[in-house]
Design a binder for this molecule. Structure first.
Ligand code: SAH
Ligand code: SF4
Length: 399
């Protein structure tokens, strides 16, 4: 049975000051420019922005008063103009297997009258890594027929700050910032210093339909003087937004995962309807030429196992044939059911037979153990109740 934590006393709810600008999610030049606008000289703005960057991303500070190397007067001015936002935690659930799921609520401090939005973020601890599954959109414009998120219309894109804030809040809750307290002993994977070692953009939404914000957030997350996550430990998953795949490799340089799920266009058109726009051949060509792809930096192909739909031996053989010239890893995902879903997970012996064919072709194809099913945190189960905004509302967000 899963448990829901009492977070009443967690002192985590720090609604941003109305009208103040959130510093989380600004690039280094943007941060310096903000300080310049306050009247600091270029040199001072550069120096102060470095200090702020360190306080925000290394120390996890949310209070300007704690920034001991910044003069008191300036601290007060900063506190007037800016905020270091964290989302409100609506709920925090812990699965029997240790997976944690948060429902975060975001308000835009610059548009305090706009309705808040809610997204889910999941932490999956394993013996050798701790992975945070981050959302990029509230809902999704796509309608993959086996995915719960796909039944929630797109409400809006998340800003770079909101994408990062999921990482910051999770780090805070898991005790990853200096001086933080761990919720349980032994949370840190062996040989690591932090609970969160990897990020996957596999939460709600299609990250490549929110490319600029995702790119900005991931470049900040991988900044060596900040959150310092190696780009090899950040994976972006896409359903196949082909024109954005090359820029992702060139400009962001993170690991790529493709939600493949079918090896024939007629079936993929149904399961992953974006296939009608960018069919398999174009998708695989984009993978072959993904900047930086090599045997040391393989593309992960995700394949959800749907009973009697895509799980035959012939499908497995075709999968191997299709990926022949691509440095690839294959991830078989048992289908996770959700209320109203029309599919069933393949039987275990079918999954094994499928995996055997893939293994014999030379792929290590781990079957992804479903994690956090009891708290509805497994792949494709995420969804929040946030209602779609009107066009007028969305325009006001300028997202
Ligand atoms: N929109 C992106 C990122 C989401 S990643 C994408 O589609 O790639 C979430 C992963 O879980 C995707 O591979 C998705 O296809 C898969 N998934 C969706 N619904 C699922 C379900 N019910 N069971 C198992 N995997 C699912
Ligand atoms: Fe959107 Fe990905 Fe779900 Fe498809 S699988 S509906 S792209 S979140």
């Amino acid at each position: 049975m899963s448990i829901a934590l009492d977070i009443d006393h967690a002192n985590t709810v720090r609604p941003p000051l109305s009208g103040a600008r959130d510093l989380v999610g600004l690039s280094r030049p943007e941060l310096a420019a903000q300080l310049g606008e306050m009247g600091l000289s270029e040199r001072d703005a550069r120096m102060r922005s470095k200090q702020l960057w360190n306080w925000i991303y290394v120390n996890g500070a949310t209070d300007f008063d704690a920034m001991s190397n910044i003069a008191k007067g300036l601290r007060a001015e900063l506190a007037q103009a800016f905020t270091i936002g964290r989302p409100e935690i609506v709920s925090e659930q812990v699965s029997v297997d240790g997976t944690r799921k948060w429902l975060f609520r975001f308000r835009d401090p610059q548009h305090p009258n706009m309705p808040p939005v809610e997204v889910e973020t999941v932490y999956i601890p394993e013996s050798d890594r701790g992975t945070l599954c981050v959302s990029s959109q509230v809902g999704c414009t796509l309608t993959c027929s086996f995915c719960h998120t796909g039944t929630q219309k797109l409400v809006r894109n998340l800003s770079a700050g909101e994408i990062l804030a999921q990482v910051m809040m999770a780090r805070e809750r898991l005790g990853d910032f200096p001086g933080g307290s761990r919720p349980i002993d032994g949370l840190v994977p062996s040989g690591e210093t932090r609970a969160i070692t990897n990020i996957v953009m596999m939460g709600m939404g299609e990250p490549l339909y929110n490319y600029e914000n995702v790119k900005k957030a991931l470049l900040i997350a991988s900044d060596g003087e900040g959150l310092s996550l190696s780009k090899r430990r950040i994976t972006l998953s896409t359903s196949g937004v082909v024109p954005q795949i090359e820029p992702t490799g060139r400009e962001v340089g993170v690991m790529l995962a493709i939600s493949l799920h079918a090896v024939r266009d007629d079936l993929r058109d149904v399961l992953v309807p974006i296939n009608k726009k960018w069919p398999l051949e174009q998708l695989l060509e984009a993978c072959r030429s993904y900047p930086g792809v090599s045997n040391a930096k393989r593309i992960t192909f995700e394949y959800v196992m749907l009973k009697d739909i895509n799980d035959s031996d012939a499908d497995a053989r075709e999968l191997v044939r299709l990926l022949a010239k691509i440095p690839a890893k294959i991830n078989l995902i048992p289908f996770n059911p959700w209320p109203g879903s029309n599919y069933q997970c393949s039987d275990w012996d079918r999954i094994e037979a499928f995996a055997d064919i893939v293994n014999r072709a030379g792929y290590a194809s781990p079957v992804r153990t479903p994690r956090g099913r009891d708290i509805f945190a497994a792949c494709g189960q995420l969804k929040s109740e946030t209602e779609r905004l009107t066009k007028k509302d969305r325009d006001a967000f300028m997202l």
